[in-house]
Design a protein around this ligand. Structure first.
Ligand SMILES: Cc1cc2nc3c(=O)[nH]c(=O)nc-3n(C[C@H](O)[C@H](O)[C@H](O)COP(=O)(O)OP(=O)(O)OC[C@H]3O[C@@H](n4cnc5c(N)ncnc54)[C@H](O)[C@@H]3O)c2cc1C
Length: 408
């Protein structure tokens, strides 16, 4: 059923997921009838959407439930990068590199692979093989993409931390969203945004919404907190664009993912030693304000990288050190859909290690769900946010619109 046009939409969370939802909504609404606001606790793209790698791959979800997210998003990114004038988007080839202790493979690989073998990959390593030719793998720098979406659609960003929703009873069984409560970042005062639609898209902190919606929905979540580093060459030389996925290196306990960026820096994650942050900690706002990097892992990853690249060993410098969390549900799949019993409430979270790559497809799907009553572009069934909520089968009463049986 086609939903009536909402008046005030609030997207909670200004990462790439929330911003993509807002951007896709902005393309479909009549701005004289509907407002869209992003409510962001710190700053847009201040968490994983500013500090993640930005790598994407069209076919790496093939055969699984996320295939359509990978494929649709990959195509959308190519068009949107042009639409937004995003300089950091490009397709690039990918190599698989196993660790090793001599540089014999460099010449062999250069002869075999030609330009796909980047000039800076000139140190010690083992086997090298091609994972992607550069047709179905690409990258963006996610912060640039988020900023461009906000700028292009002139999206209003309210800085404050959501603490709950206001509702009105409709018929004793269902409630309707009437507002979103938040603590204003500057004044520290409690404020209210009028809203008949709210979409919770707050990365690992999406699980906070359990409390906002009277615990009618369970949102399991683990935040996987990882350090990442950025290297650059001292003389700012042009950096050949080939990404690397490296095997586990027991000398450094790393499994590096190496992404050279168009600004000639090299982003590196997969540096090991991640911390696992529980749902309860996330609900209490763990690492929302500050997310500290692990110095021991910075050193290990830098050494692992310099082992593979004598160019960077001799002429490189560590440019940035940072940490962020990827949001992971127990089945590692995202949750996207309606909150049962709360008219106008939606969840879009747990996008795990592909939250940047999938963001355009998820943004489109959620915008369709909100404005048209169903997602036409993506089948959201495998991602039903109610799949973790315990329900008792059989006849009986309803818990906020869901059958929960006699016993409840
Ligand atoms: C090291 C690392 C590398 C990665 N590399 C890649 C990659 O190469 N490709 C890829 O596709 N994915 C990658 N990912 C995963 C990707 O970064 C995430 O899946 C994605 O950024 C999640 O986006 P998000 O918008 O859901 O969450 P986030 O980016 O975490 O944004 C959530 C936002 O919500 C805000 N917020 C939280 N609580 C509230 C509240 N109560 N009120 C208001 N605002 C709130 C936060 O301040 C934050 O800005 C990587 C992740 C990590 C950790």
């Amino acid at each position: 059923m086609k939903a009536a046009a909402p008046k005030n939409i609030v997207v909670i969370g200004g990462g790439i997921q929330g911003t993509s939802v807002a951007y896709q909504l902005s393309k479909k609404i009549d701005p004289s009838k509907t407002t869209i606001r992003i409510l962001e606790a710190k700053a847009p793209a201040s968490a994983a959407s500013g500090k993640g790698g930005g790598f994407m791959a069209a076919s790496w979800g093939d055969g699984g439930p996320t295939e359509s997210l990978h494929r649709l998003s990959f195509d959308m990114f190519e068009d949107l990068a042009k639409e937004l004038g995003c300089k950091s988007y490009r397709k690039l080839p990918v190599l698989s590199v196993s660790p090793g202790s001599n540089n014999k493979m460099v010449k062999v690989a250069r002869d075999q692979l030609g330009k796909t073998m980047p000039s800076w990959l000139d140190g010690n390593m083992g086997r090298i093989s091609v994972m992607g030719e550069g047709d179905d793998t690409a990258q963006i720098t996610p912060k640039e993409f988020v900023d461009k979406m906000i700028e292009k659609a002139d999206l209003e960003v309210v800085l404050g931390k959501c603490i709950g929703v206001e509702t009105e009873d409709i018929d004793g069984e269902e409630k309707a969203i009437t507002g979103v409560k938040y603590i204003d970042r500057e004044t520290k005062k409690e404020c209210l945004l009028e809203a008949d639609v709210c979409i919770v898209s707050a990365g690992p902190w999406t699980c906070q919404a359990e409390d906002w919606f009277d615990n009618v929905i369970e949102l399991p979540m683990e935040g996987i907190k990882s350090t990442s580093i950025v290297w650059k060459q001292q003389d700012d030389d042009e950096t050949d664009a080939t990404a690397l996925f490296c095997g586990e290196d027991p000398r450094f306990n790393t499994h590096l993912e190496v992404y050279p960026r168009p600004d000639n820096t090299i982003y590196i994650c997969g540096i090991g030693g991640s911390d696992y942050i529980s749902k309860e900690e996330l609900k209490n706002g763990a690492f929302l304000e500050e997310c500290n990097a692990k110095e021991t892992r910075v050193e290990a990853a830098s050494n692992a990288f310099k082992e593979m690249s004598s160019t960077y060993r001799e002429n490189g410098q560590l440019d940035r050190v940072q940490a962020c969390m990827r949001p992971c549900a127990v089945d590692a799949l995202p949750y996207m859909g309606k909150v049962p019993g709360f008219r106008g409430a939606y969840i879009n979270g747990a996008h795990n290690c592909w939250g940047i790559c999938w963001s355009q497809a998820t943004g489109l799907a959620i915008s369709e769900l909100v404005l048209e009553g169903e997602s036409k572009s993506i089948d959201l069934t495998p991602f039903d946010p109610c799949r973790f909520t315990a329900t008792v089968k059989g006849r009986g009463r309803k818990k906020r619109g869901q059958n929960v049986g006699e016993q409840w």
